[in-house]
Design a protein around this ligand. Structure first.
Ligand code: ATP
Ligand code: MG
Length: 354
C-alpha cells in the first residue's frame, strides 16, 4: 500500500524561508518521486480563523498568496491536490465527534499551543477554536487516510495528538474495520531546517511573529532583512571572536549553503566549517558573512519570484483549480466521515423497520 501524504499551511501571510526548508522542500521531493497514492496540500483557512476571527479578509486574501507561493516554489497542481479547508465541511463535522475524545487539560499541555497562546497574548482569553485546533488538525489528517505528514518540528505535538485520537477512537468505539490510519510526521533531515529561527533570533521564523524572510520579498527587502539579522551582540569589532550558537546568520548558512556556494561566492574558504572557525577566532566581520548569505538566498528566491510574476497574471485559473480540488477532497472526506459514523453507531437509518 502506497503512502497518502497530507500537509498544509495557514493563510495568515505569505510563505517564508522556514516553510521552504521546513516543509516545502520535503513536499517537492516527495512530489517528484511520484511514489505515493495521493498527495493533499491544504490551505488551512478554518484553522487560521481560530486566531483571526475578526480578520476574515486577511485570511481570505492570503489563500491565493499561499497558493501562488506553493506553485512558484515548485509544487505542481497536476501532481498534488491543493484545496481549501473550509470548502470541505466534512472536516468540521469530524472535529465535532473527535473533540469528545480529548480533554481540555490535554490540549493545554500541548507545548506548541502553550507557546502560541503566550505569543498571541491569549492566556486569559483563549478562543475555544484556537485551543481545539489540534483536534481539527487531527480531522484534516485522518479524513484522507494520511500516512505521512511533512512538517516542521512545531507540529510534532499535533501529530502525536492525532495518534492519540486514533487509539482513543479505537478503544472507545471498537470499530469493525480500519477507520483511521496511523499517521507519521516527516521532518527535514537537517535539524536546523525543522525549526528555522526568525531574524530576531528569539522565536521560530513565523508569519505571525513578523520575523520572516518571505519567498516573495524583493532583493532590496531581503538584503535589508539579512543585514538586520541577529548575530552575536558581543562581536563588535572585526577582530573580536564571534559566537556561532544563537547566531541567526550562521543558522541560515547551516540551512542553505553548500560547498558549491563557497566556490562561487567566497572562494577563500573551502566550506562552512572553515568560515565558522575563522569567525570564532576573530577577524571576520558580520557584513562579509551576511553578504555571502544574501547571495545564496537570492539564488534560491530569484526563480521563485520570476514564477510568481507569471502566476499572478491569471489568479482565476488558480482559484478554479482550488475550488475543483476542494470538491474532490470533500468527496474523499465524506467517505471517511460516513465510515466513522457507521462505526460509532451513528447510523440512524438502520432504525427504520422494513
Ligand atoms: P503562523 O504564525 O500563522 O502560525 P507559521 O509561519 O507558523 O504561521 P504555519 O502555516 O503555521 O506557518 O506552518 C505551516 C508549516 O510550516 C508547518 O508544517 C510548520 O511546521 C512549518 N513551519 C512553519 N514555520 C517554520 C520554521 N520556522 N521552520 C521550519 N518549519 C516551519
Ligand atoms: Mg504556525
Amino acid at each position: 500500500m502506497k503512502d497518502i501524504i497530507l500537509t498544509g499551511d495557514r493563510p495568515t501571510g505569505n510563505l517564508h524561508l522556514g516553510h521552504y526548508v521546513g516543509s516545502l522542500q520535503n513536499r517537492i521531493n516527495l512530489q517528484n518521486t511520484l511514489d505515493y497514492e495521493k498527495f493533499y496540500i491544504m490551505i488551512a483557512d478554518t484553522q487560521a480563523l481560530t486566531d483571526n476571527a475578526d480578520n476574515v479578509d486577511k485570511v481570505k486574501n492570503n489563500i491565493i498568496q499561499v497558493a501562488i507561493d506553493y506553485i512558484s516554489a515548485g509544487l505542481d497542481p497536476n501532481k498534488v491536490c491543493i484545496f481549501i479547508q473550509s470548502m470541505v465541511p466534512e472536516l468540521a463535522e469530524m472535529t465535532t465527534y473527535l473533540m469528545n475524545l480529548v480533554t481540555v487539560s490535554r490540549l493545554q499541555r500541548n507545548p506548541t499551543i502553550k507557546e502560541e497562546l503566550k505569543q498571541r497574548g491569549f492566556e486569559r482569553t483563549i478562543p475555544i477554536g484556537f485551543l481545539n485546533y489540534p483536534v481539527s488538525q487531527a480531522s484534516d489528517i485522518l479524513a484522507f487516510g494520511t500516512t505521512i505528514v511533512p512538517v516542521g518540528d512545531d507540529q510534532l505535538p499535533m501529530i502525536e495528538q492525532t495518534r492519540e485520537i486514533v487509539n482513543s477512537f479505537n478503544n472507545t468505539y471498537n470499530p469493525t474495520e480500519e477507520v483511521f490510519k496511523m499517521p507519521k510526521a516527516l521532518l527535514p533531515k537537517n535539524k536546523i531546517c525543522a525549526r528555522l529561527p526568525g531574524l530576531d533570533g528569539k522565536l521560530k521564523m513565523s508569519k505571525s511573529a513578523g520575523n520572516a524572510i518571505y519567498l516573495c520579498d524583493d532583493s532590496k527587502t531581503v538584503k535589508q532583512k539579512i543585514m538586520s539579522a541577529y548575530t552575536d551582540p558581543d562581536h563588535i569589532k572585526i577582530t573580536d571572536p564571534g559566537k556561532i550558537e544563537g547566531n541567526v546568520v550562521f543558522a541560515y548558512l547551516d540551512a542553505f549553503c553548500n560547498d558549491e556556494h563557497f566556490k562561487k561566492y567566497l572562494p577563500e574558504y573551502k566550506n562552512l566549517d572553515e568560515l565558522k572557525s575563522h569567525y570564532q577566532q576573530g577577524g571576520l566581520g558580520d557584513v562579509k558573512v551576511k553578504n555571502f548569505l544574501y547571495q545564496i538566498i537570492e539564488e534560491i528566491l530569484t526563480p521563485i519570484r520570476e514564477k510568481r510574476e507569471l502566476l499572478i497574471k491569471d489568479v482565476n485559473k488558480i482559484y478554479e483549480m482550488l475550488f475543483e480540488n476542494s470538491l474532490k477532497a470533500s468527496n474523499q472526506a465524506r467517505k471517511t466521515l460516513e465510515k466513522m459514523k457507521e462505526n460509532m453507531g451513528l447510523n440512524y437509518k438502520k432504525l427504520l423497520k422494513n
